[in-house]
Design a protein around this ligand. Structure first.
Ligand code: KG4
Ligand code: ZN
Length: 354
């Protein structure tokens, strides 16, 4: 059956709406509208929840309208409305859920609450049609976890960060070194001319079994290296900064690659996929690609970072098996994808790490 699903996403700092048509096995993205709030939060060094919630509330109908116009679809043609119901910043998630409920009620259409992480986890199937089961490494400013994806609603969390997410570490390192935000691209840029072997930075948790990760100590090690340079020479040269960025980037890539190797050994899957903003990093991608002979999938950036097409897709798969929600759907700031896994500690600048 051909379905037309409207997806809505507002869990962090992107307000997004998308229209997907087709079936779970043959989905087609008709539109994928995203409005980023990066500029609004730039002066504060992180996402400010109150500003985020207000901006989402203001932008949601505009994004929905834009997505429908681009898709050349009218509201009555929509079969169901899928919305991120968590995890994320409560104000943003609530704005999205309320907007979706309003639309669903006004149109008399089904409503489907989607876990944001399920959206990310199912993206390699949306973009590349890969078969279950596969291993997904989700690496962004707010998330870092290994998920074995067995089916549309079946996920096993094999490990994840016990403190910061890697994107958060890139952003903090950029701040420490006086580089602009978002930190990932600027650290990667500075690292291009750097010597990744100059600073001996730690490889956190590699000495421990399992797939859990930690990035906060790495960031502290960069801070110490910077302070040592300042004490020794009274400041940092451009070359010092590049070498420090390259050394940090390599440490992150080394740790993620080794833990991916372990997760793959444990997971027994047929493909390895990566998603999230940090997946844009070329050093990291090259390292990850090298850890396995299995097919390696890195979806296009627009679908790796937060978007509503992935929410519409997760909603489409749920709708196909008859799962819908009603007006009692709740916004859940914390909502682990694998409810059976032990909860993780810590909550980053972008909200719950789930
Ligand atoms: O997935 P995303 O757009 O948003 C969420 O966090 O949900 O990821 C943004 C994060 C930021 O922390 C940013 O610094 C990081 O991804 N990032 C990168 C690169 N591009 C973006 N990190 C490392 N290298 C990059 N090239
Ligand atoms: Zn996300």
């Amino acid at each position: 059956m051909t379905l037309t699903i409207l997806g809505i996403e507002s869990s962090c700092d992107d307000t997004a709406a998308a229209v997907l048509r087709g079936s779970g096995d043959a989905p087609q993205i008709l539109s994928n509208a995203v409005r980023s709030q990066t500029d609004l939060h730039a002066a504060f060094g992180g996402v400010v929840p109150e500003i985020a919630a207000r901006a989402h509330a203001e932008a949601l109908d505009l994004m929905v309208e834009q997505a429908l116009t681009q898709a050349e679809v009218s509201l009555p043609e929509i079969n169901a409305i899928a919305v991120t119901a968590g995890p994320g910043l409560i104000g943003g998630v609530l704005s999205g859920v309320m907007a979706a409920k309003g639309l669903a009620m006004g149109l008399g259409k089904p409503l489907i609450g989607v876990n944001h992480l399920a959206g990310h986890a199912l993206t390699p199937r949306l973009t590349d049609g890969i078969e279950f089961p596969y291993l997904l490494l989700l690496v962004s400013g707010g998330h870092c976890q290994f998920l074995r994806v067995d089916g549309p609603e079946s996920f096993t969390r094999l490990g994840g960060t016990i403190d910061d997410a890697p994107g958060e570490a890139f952003d903090k390192v950029a701040r420490l070194l006086g580089l602009p935000q978002p930190g990932g691209p600027s650290v990667e840029g500075a690292a291009k001319n750097g010597d990744p072997t100059r600073f001996k930075l730690p490889r956190p948790l590699l000495d421990r079994p399992g797939c859990d990760l930690s990035f906060s100590g790495l960031k502290t090690a960069v801070l110490r290296a910077r302070d040592d340079l300042v004490t020794e020479k009274g400041g940092m040269t451009e070359q010092d900064r590049s070498d420090l960025c390259a050394s940090f980037q390599l440490a992150v890539a080394d740790v993620l690659a080794e833990k991916s190797r372990r997760a793959l050994a444990e997971a027994d899957v047929t493909a390895f996929a990566v998603a999230g903003g940090v997946a844009a990093n070329k050093t990291l991608r090259a390292r990850l690609e090298g850890v396995t002979d299995l097919p390696f999938i890195a979806p296009p950036m627009a679908l790796c970072t937060d978007n509503a097409a992935m929410i519409a897709y997760a909603g489409m798969l749920a709708f196909e098996v008859g799962r819908t929600d009603d007006m009692t759907l709740k916004a859940r700031p914390r909502w682990p994808l694998d409810e059976a896994a032990a909860p993780m500690i810590g909550s980053g600048k972008k909200g719950a790490k789930a």
